[in-house]
Write a protein that binds this ligand. Structure first.
Ligand code: ADP
Ligand code: MG
Length: 696
C-alpha cells in the first residue's frame, strides 16, 4: 500500500492531538513536513567510556547494568529518582528530578546506555549524571533488537518546540523516518542524479536524520554530507524551476513596444552638468532594448548608493513619455518620493512635462490628472497602489529601493497599466546567490562604477573618549561651510534602553554650538515638519542635522561631508553602509565617524567591516554571513517560499548548477511532460505564490 506523506502528523504513533498541536507550531503538520525538518546538529554518542575513567564536565556515553533504582522524596515538591549502574569498572549514579514514573522503565537487572554530562555529586562527593538521555539495551527479540535511537550512535538534535523534549521529538522522528522515507518518490531526473552523483532520496533522508556510522560527524554538523547536498539541491532546483516557469511566462506576455525617438532624453542629457558614466550608458542601453521589445521588461537595476540610478530611471521614464505613455516611480518613504519629485521636476521642467507627486499626505487633486492623462510622470509612495488611483496610459513603472516592497506591491502597481515595463532599483547590493534566488525571474543590470571625482570616504571608529574629537570635527565642518549628520538609534531617552537619544543629543549640541543651526528630524514628527527640516538642510539653512534612521535611504545633500553615527554598534551593516552613503556625494573629502559604546562579537565584526571597506558588495556578503539569509532584508516578504533544507550561504555552490539544470529543463520541456512528478513538487513548494509572481 502506498504510504501517504500528507497524512496528518496527529495519527503517527506516539503523537496524538496535543503533540500534533505542539508540532504544528513549528510548521510540522504532516509526515512530509516532518521528514524535511532536519536536525540542526548531531552528537557523537558512539564511543562508550569506562565509568572508572570518567572526569567531571565530560559529555559521555556509558553503558551498564542497573543495580538499584529508587525514588527518594526530599520534600513534597522534590522527588529524585536515583539509578545506580555498573559496567564492571566502577559504579555510576544517575539522577532524575521529579520524574518518578521513569522508575518503571529503569528497573534493576536491565542493561542501559546513558548519555550526558558528568557532574560532581552532592557536596562534591563522587560523580553523577543528571537527567541523562537513556536507552534500554533491548533483549534480542529475534529480529536483531531495536536499533539505537538516543545513544550508542550519532544522534540527531532538532530544533524542538516547547512541551516536547529532544527525546520525545527524536522518538517521533525515528518512527516517521523508519516508516515513510521509502515512500518519498525521487522526482529528480535520473540524468541529474547521475551527473552529480547524488545518493537517492530515501537513503538521503535516512542518513540526515539517523546517520550511518560511516558518515563523518564534522560533515554532518556542517550540513555538507552528500545526503544533505542532495536534499538541498532538490529544494533549490524546485525553486529555480518555478522561477524558470515564471520567467518563461513573462516573456510570452505582450507588452508595449516602445519606439522612443530620443527628443526628450537628448535635451535632458545636454543639460546635465556631468557626463553619464560608462556604466550608466551601458545600463540605459540595456533598458532601452527591453523597452523596444514586445515582451514586458522585468529588470533589476542594482547600483551602490550614489552610483547615479536616478538619472537612469529618469531617462527610461522620458523614453516612455516620448511615446505618449505615462511613467510612474514609487519610493518607500515620503521624504524619498519628495526628493525624487524635486530632482525630477528640476531636471525636466524646461521640457514642458507634467509631473505630479502622490503621497499619503497629498493626493485627491492628483487623482484626476493621473486618470485623465494630464500628467506624464507620477512620483509617489505606496499611495500609488491604492485602488482609487487609475492611470490613463501607464507604460513604465520604476520601483526604487525594491527591498522595501513585497512582490504583492510590485504586482499591484503593474496592474495599473497593461503589462507595463518594470524597472526595479536597489541600492542594497545583493550577493549573487541571493539575487539569483530573490530576483531569479528578473533580468539584471548593475551600475558598477561611481561617478568620477568622488573622493573615498574616510571611516573612523571612536569610543566614548573620542567625543571631544567629534565635537571638534563638527565645529570645523560647520566653520568650513559644510554640513553634518548626527544619527542616533532612538528618538527619546528611556530608562529601559539607556541609549543616547536624538532629542537630547540635538539639545546638547545646540547648547555647545550656539552659533550653529542644529536641526532635528525623526519618525514621530509630522511629514510636513520633516519635509520642512529636510528642505532647510538641503538649502544649507541647517548646519547640523540630528536624526534617527529616517534619513537612511537615498537622501541627497552633496554639501554634507560629515556623518556621525552614535551607538554605531546598534546598527545593522547594511544600515550603516546606507547611512555612510549620505556623505561623499559632492567633490570634497567626507568622513564617517562610528561612535561606539561597547560591543559584542557581531557588532565588532560589523564595525570592522565598515572601517575596512566601502565596497557595497563586500559589505552585503558580510552582512549575509552575519545575519543569515532569512533576515537579510527580509526574504520573507519577497514572496519567495521559505527554504527548509537549503541554506544560501552554505549551499551557495549548489545554486548555480540547480539554476542551470532547471532553466535547461524548462527550455527543453516547458510543460514538464516527461516529469509529471516534478510538476507536482513545484506546486507543493511554491503553492499559490507562483500565480502571484506571474502577475508581478
Ligand atoms: P543613487 O544611485 O544612490 O540613487 P543618485 O541617483 O541619487 O544616486 O546620484 C547621486 C548623485 O550623483 C546625484 O547628486 C547625481 O546628480 C550625481 N550623479 C549621477 N550621475 C552622475 C555622473 N555620471 N557624474 C557625476 N555626478 C553624477
Ligand atoms: Mg536613489
Amino acid at each position: 500500500m502506498e504510504k501517504d506523506l500528507n497524512a496528518p502528523i496527529q495519527y503517527i504513533k506516539g503523537v496524538g492531538p496535543h503533540r500534533a498541536s505542539l508540532l504544528g507550531r513549528i510548521g510540522i503538520n504532516n509526515v512530509r513536513d516532518a521528514l524535511f525538518c532536519l536536525p540542526y546538529r548531531y552528537e557523537d554518542r558512539r564511543v562508550f567510556k569506562k565509568i572508572a575513567f570518567l572526569r567531571p564536565d565530560e559529555l559521555v556515553t556509558v553503558s551498564g547494568k542497573i543495580l538499584k533504582s529508587d525514588v527518594i522524596s526530599i520534600n513534597p515538591r522534590l522527588k529524585i529518582l536515583e539509578v545506580i549502574i555498573s559496567d564492571g569498572s566502577a559504579l555510576l549514579k544517575a539522577k532524575w528530578f521529579n520524574q518518578p514514573y521513569l522508575k518503571k522503565n529503569l528497573r534493576p537487572g536491565l542493561d542501559v546506555i546513558f548519555y550526558g554530562q558528568i557532574k560532581a555529586g552532592f557536596r562534591g562527593v563522587g560523580l553523577e549524571l543528571q537527567n541523562p538521555d537513556y536507552e534500554l539495551v533491548a533483549e534480542d527479540d529475534g529480529d536483531g533488537g531495536v536499533p539505537a535511537m538516543h545513544t550508542g550512535r550519532i544522534v540527531p538534535i532538532y530544533h524542538s518546540t516547547e512541551g516536547l523534549s529532544q527525546r520525545q521529538f527524536r522518538t517521533i522522528m525515528h518512527s516517521i523516518v523508519g516508516q515513510y522515507s521509502a515512500a518519498v518518490r525521487d522526482f529528480l531526473p535520473a540524468e541529474i542524479v547521475s551527473r552529480y552523483n547524488f545518493p537517492n532520496i530515501t537513503e538521503s533522508l535516512m542518513n540526515v536524520h539517523f546517520p550511518d556510522s560511516a558518515v563523518p560527524i564534522e560533515d554532518l554538523n556542517r550540513g555538507v554530507t552528500n545526503y544533505h547536498r542532495r536534499l538541498a539541491f532538490d529544494e533549490l532546483f524546485t525553486l529555480q524551476l518555478g522561477l524558470a516557469l515564471i520567467k518563461r511566462d513573462e516573456a510570452s506576455e505582450k507588452g508595449v513596444s516602445f519606439e522612443p525617438d530620443g527628443r526628450l532624453v537628448s535635451r535632458l542629457v545636454d543639460k546635465l552638468p556631468y557626463e553619464l558614466t560608462g556604466a550608466q550608458q551601458r545600463v540605459v542601453k540595456e533598458i532601452l532594448s527591453d523597452m523596444r521589445s514586445s515582451s514586458p521588461m522585468h529588470r533589476l537595476l542594482q547600483g551602490d548608493v550614489g552610483s547615479g540610478k536616478t538619472i537612469v530611471a529618469l531617462i527610461s521614464m522620458l523614453s516612455a513619455v516620448e511615446c505618449g505613455y505615462q511613467a510612474a516611480i514609487m519610493a518607500p518613504t515620503e521624504i524619498l518620493a519628495e526628493q525624487h519629485y524635486l530632482n525630477i521636476h528640476r531636471l525636466v521642467e524646461e521640457l514642458g512635462l507634467r509631473i505630479h507627486l502622490l503621497t499619503g499626505s497629498r493626493k485627491n487633486k492628483e487623482y484626476e490628472a493621473i486618470a485623465s492623462g494630464d500628467t506624464d510622470i507620477v512620483v509617489g509612495t505606496h499611495a500609488l497602489i491604492q485602488e482609487s488611483v487609475v492611470f490613463a496610459k501607464l507604460g513604465l513603472i520604476v520601483i526604487d529601493e525594491q527591498h522595501r516592497f513585497g512582490v504583492m506591491q510590485r504586482a499591484c502597481l503593474r496592474k495599473k497599466g497593461l503589462n507595463p515595463d518594470t524597472l526595479i532599483m536597489t541600492a542594497t547590493p545583493i550577493p549573487r546567490t541571493l539575487a539569483l534566488t530573490l530576483y531569479g525571474d528578473l533580468d539584471y543590470s548593475v551600475i558598477d562604477e561611481l561617478p568620477p571625482d568622488r573622493t573615498p570616504i574616510i571611516t573612523k571608529l571612536l569610543y566614548e573618549d573620542g567625543k571631544e574629537r567629534i565635537y571638534r570635527m563638527l565645529d570645523d565642518e560647520v566653520k568650513r561651510g559644510g554640513q553634518a549628520y548626527v544619527v542616533y538609534p532612538v528618538i527619546e531617552d528611556s530608562e529601559k534602553t539607556n541609549l543616547k537619544a536624538a532629542i537630547t543629543g540635538a539639545e546638547a549640541l545646540q547648547k555647545m554650538f550656539p552659533e550653529t543651526v542644529v536641526g532635528l528630524i525623526h519618525g514621530r514628527m509630522k511629514t510636513v515638519e520633516r519635509e520642512d527640516i529636510m528642505r532647510r538642510f538641503k538649502e544649507g539653512r541647517i548646519n547640523v542635522l540630528v536624526s534617527t534612521t529616517v534619513i537612511e535611504v537615498g537622501v541627497d545633500v552633496p554639501n554634507a561631508t560629515l556623518m556621525v553615527i552614535i551607538h554605531a554598534e546598534r546598527f545593522g551593516l547594511s544600515q550603516l553602509h546606507q547611512l555612510r552613503g549620505r556623505v561623499g556625494r559632492g567633490g570634497g573629502q567626507s568622513f564617517c565617524i562610528l561612535l561606539c559604546y561597547g560591543y559584542g562579537e557581531d557588532s565588532k565584526r560589523r564595525l570592522d567591516v565598515m572601517v575596512k571597506t566601502s565596497d557595497g558588495f563586500r559589505i552585503a556578503e558580510e552582512d549575509l554571513d552575519i545575519r543569515g539569509p532569512g533576515e537579510f532584508f527580509g526574504t520573507k516578504q519577497s514572496g519567495i517560499p521559505d527554504l527548509k533544507v537549503a541554506n544560501l550561504l552554505r549551499d551557495g555552490v549548489l545554486l548555480e548548477p540547480a539554476r542551470k539544470e532547471a532553466f535547461a529543463l524548462i527550455e527543453s520541456d516547458p510543460e514538464l511532460v516527461r516529469f509529471p512528478g516534478l510538476k507536482s513538487s513545484i506546486e507543493g513548494f511554491w503553492g499559490s505564490k507562483i500565480g502571484l509572481f506571474k502577475t508581478a
